[in-house]
Design a protein around this ligand. Structure first.
Ligand code: GLC
Length: 753
């Protein structure tokens, strides 16, 4: 019997029917106003960034958490008189983030740093996301947490968003499905989740006040869509509203968003909390359906009490919000008085972290060099990040891990001995630089600066080593967006020089060059990709990343990751490039501005395919060490069930087993409403298919999930006409094109998923 079922039974046995009726007004307000763990010294933002440091001004007024779980993000208030415990909230999307140590306590409180959200999404494997969720959920439970503040799942509107590493995709279906897997996994361990940041939080610049100007159609079909999928498919226990405004109204004060759409239309049954220090008008937040203020202040409590007494906030509304919170609390470990161990199976999750990263990495280029054959076992390993792995990003999504495995270490574990003179040079340099680094701090995670390698060393390595492997590293995080400049989106002069000189030296001797990308978001490829014979996109692969990278480089694992977003040829090609991070003139005054989502639905591949814009690497793309052939797909529409069935086979034509990600894109007729030329409507990752074998894949897609939103008629519509079905291995690698027709329009008030 699953953990959750046992706990639900326990709950149903011994708890009062409606405890809310017994509460005083003050006790109800204690439930809706939470507490935060003051950050030891408000972490300072990375120098020179557009940072919105946490609101230190609010710390003195904010209610301070009891600190039952030191370093948790916050707690709800306990009501001892009624036996209501405090509920503990902990970050983040890649693992449990709590303080790694406690005074007078010899135990470690470090957790497993799993691969970042973007890498989990690159797997296109919902079951794998669920397995990672189970790992995170069990560690959260054993460290005393009740709610994991994850997954982060905002659409990657622009590659420079500083928190994209925590997020999943530019596509709403992929983001929603991966999030659903993560939520199911975590909640199956008896711990809640908080899907975030609801909604339209697609940048860090001015995040606390920016006003996102978005059409209702783009909201419903793109920015809200992942949350709709996860709410309907996985029932998260909580939702975290976002800081920003949407069309002039703060998300946390937005009744249309938090009550009409989230609850009335989608059927959400949990509670909504603000993002941290996302407080504005507490009464408006209560009325809108933002049930809990995280954290809150005495002024907010007084404002709510006064509004109830003056009739501006009906008691029924306050009761509604309190009930949403209490009903969700009943499911949680603290309510069930679960005796957590403070000893989660962190060691046992190393294999899961390693496997997840290896299966999800994306092989972007491979001109006959990977996997490294037994003969090529002495690589010259360049790049600081080869020796100092970037396991994840910074901010609330950081994880205090027990260790991390570099590519250098991972290769050695695989009996691959990197060329010693170069390894010695890097190892010594990294060790020296690490001594200069500040103490570990989740908010500010500086990288060791890249090291130059002189021409003589490069020439010698080309003579004595078998192959060059160069790692390019990038990090980013909460509170600041990235820059489209050298050293961030673009390679630095030093990185370009190192790559070019190494490439020239090795190619002159007929030897190959492999580039590993240890990054948290999209970077420029055009200026350098021709120098590399192979490119492995490792993203930020979590603490075991060096082993995962070695697993793929040596062929122990056949890579099966696919891009969850587009790598454009030029940053200027990005449809939001002119409207990011702000639109208003005089943008960099520090006054919250507006950002107009002028590209509307045309984000990512929807833009590039609809407007025939060439890209470096398309959405859904990824290579394998084998090849697949698609066979005899069919598409048929069942107008009675109002579903479309698409099925066919995938055969492995190569010499090694491998997994394929079959993608279904649909081009809808555009008579009434404009639409992107193609949209992802289904995907399936096969199991490992043996050489010569084949696997059948099938999709049963509700018509309503293909519908477009008619904002004037306030309904969803599948227009009459011919629908083009494209089955492929990426959004542009279409292996079979089919069609089905609707002889009339179908309209829906709501979608199935
Ligand atoms: C932060 C983040 C949110 C996080 C919360 C608690 O500001 O925006 O993702 O869960 O505060 O740390």
């Amino acid at each position: 019997m699953s953990f959750l079922v046992v706990s639900l039974l326990a709950v149903s046995l011994g708890v009062k029917a409606d405890i809310v009726d017994e509460m005083t007004l003050e006790e109800k307000v204690d439930i809706v106003v939470g507490t935060a763990t003051a950050w030891p010294n408000p972490p300072q933002p990375a120098p020179g960034t557009f940072a919105n440091p946490p609101q230190p001004a609010h710390f003195p007024n904010t209610y301070q958490a009891q600190g039952r779980v030191q370093g948790a993000a916050g707690e709800s208030m306990a009501i001892a008189r009624l036996g209501i415990p405090s509920i503990v909230f902990t970050d983040g999307p890649a693992g449990v983030r709590i303080d790694p140590a406690r005074p007078n306590d010899k135990r470690s409180y470090r957790a497993t740093a799993f691969p970042i959200g973007t890498l989990v999404a690159s797997s296109w494997d919902v079951q794998l996301a669920k397995a990672v969720g189970q790992g995170i959920g069990s560690e959260a439970r054993e460290y005393g947490s009740d709610i994991m503040l994850c997954p982060g799942m905002n659409i990657m509107r622009n590659p420079l968003c500083g928190r994209n590493y925590e997020y999943y995709s530019e596509d709403p279906l992929l983001a929603g499905r991966i999030a659903a897997g993560m939520v199911e996994g975590i909640q199956s361990e008896g711990v809640g989740t908080s899907v975030k940041h609801f909604a339209v939080n697609n940048q860090e610049t001015f995040r606390n006040g920016i006003n996102a100007v978005v059409s209702e159609r783009a909201l419903r079909e793109l920015y809200l869509r992942p949350f709709e999928v996860v709410v309907k498919e996985a029932k998260p226990w909580t939702v975290m509203s976002s800081y920003n405004k949407i069309n002039g109204t703060y998300a946390s004060e937005n009744e249309w968003l938090l009550t009409k759409v989230l609850r009335d239309e989608w059927g959400f049954m949990g509670f909504v909390m603000t993002d941290w220090w996302g407080e504005h008008d507490a009464v408006r937040q209560m009325l809108a359906g933002n049930d809990m203020l995280m954290p809150g202040t005495p002024a907010q409590k007084q404002a709510i009490i006064l509004a109830v007494k003056e009739g501006r906030l009906p008691m029924a509304v306050l009761d509604r919000n309190v009930r949403c919170i209490i009903n969700a609390m009943r499911l949680m470990p603290s309510w069930r008085q679960y005796k957590y161990s403070n000893a989660p199976d962190v060691k046992g999750h190393e294999a899961l972290a390693r496997r997840t990263a290896a299966e999800a990495m994306v092989l972007l280029k491979n001109d006959g060099v990977l996997p490294l054959t037994k003969a090529v076992r002495r690589p010259a390993l360049f790049g600081v990040a080869s020796y100092d792995l970037i396991a994840g990003g910074s901010g609330s999504g950081y994880v205090y891990k027990r260790h991390k495995v570099s590519t250098f270490q991972g290769l050695q574990a695989d009996a691959v001995k990197p060329w010693q003179p170069l390894a010695n040079r890097y190892t010594a340099y990294v060790a020296d630089e690490q001594k200069k680094m500040p103490a570990e701090n989740f908010w500010y995670v500086p990288l060791v600066p890249e090291m130059n390698v002189d021409d003589d060393m490069i020439a010698r390595s080309a003579r004595e080593a078998d192959v060059a492997i160069i790692t390019i590293g990038r990090s980013s995080g909460e509170g600041a967006d990235r820059q489209a400049s050298q050293g961030d989106y673009l390679l630095s002069d030093l990185e370009l020089s190192l790559l070019r000189r190494t490439s020239q030296a090795f190619h002159a001797l007929g030897k190959k060059v492999v580039v590993v990308l240890n990054i948290g978001g999209v970077i420029d490829m055009l200026s350098w990709q021709h120098e590399a014979d192979a490119i492995l996109l490792a993203w930020q692969p979590g603490q075991e990343g060096g082993l995962s990278i070695a697993d793929v480089l040596t062929g122990r694992v056949n890579p099966s990751g696919r891009l969850p977003m587009t790598f454009p040829l030029h940053y200027a090609d990005v449809p939001s490039a002119d409207n990011f991070p702000v639109t208003a003139a005089g943008a960099h005054s520090y006054a919250p501005a507006s950002v107009v989502y002028a590209e509307d639905l045309f984000v990512g591949y929807c833009h590039y395919t609809s407007h025939q814009v060439p890209v470096a690497y398309p959405f859904g793309f990824g290579l394998s060490y084998t090849s697949f052939q698609y066979g005899s797909f069919t598409a048929s529409v069942d107008t009675v069930r109002q579903r479309v069935c698409i099925e066919g086979t995938v055969a492995n034509m190569g010499k090694v087993a491998g997994c394929e990600v079959v993608q279904v894109y649909v081009g809808s007729p555009q008579t009434v409403l404009y639409k992107p030329e193609r949209e992802l409507r289904g995907f399936a990752k096969t199991g490992a298919i043996s050489p010569g074998a084949e696997q059948r894949v099938s999709f049963d897609i509700p018509l309503s999930d293909m519908a477009s939103y008619d904002a004037d008629a306030h309904r969803w519509i599948c227009e009459a006409g011919t629908y083009k079905v494209m089955v492929g291995a990426s959004c542009t690698d279409i292996r079979q094109t089919l069609a089905f027709a609707l002889d009339k329009a179908y309209t829906f008030s709501n979608r199935q998923h």
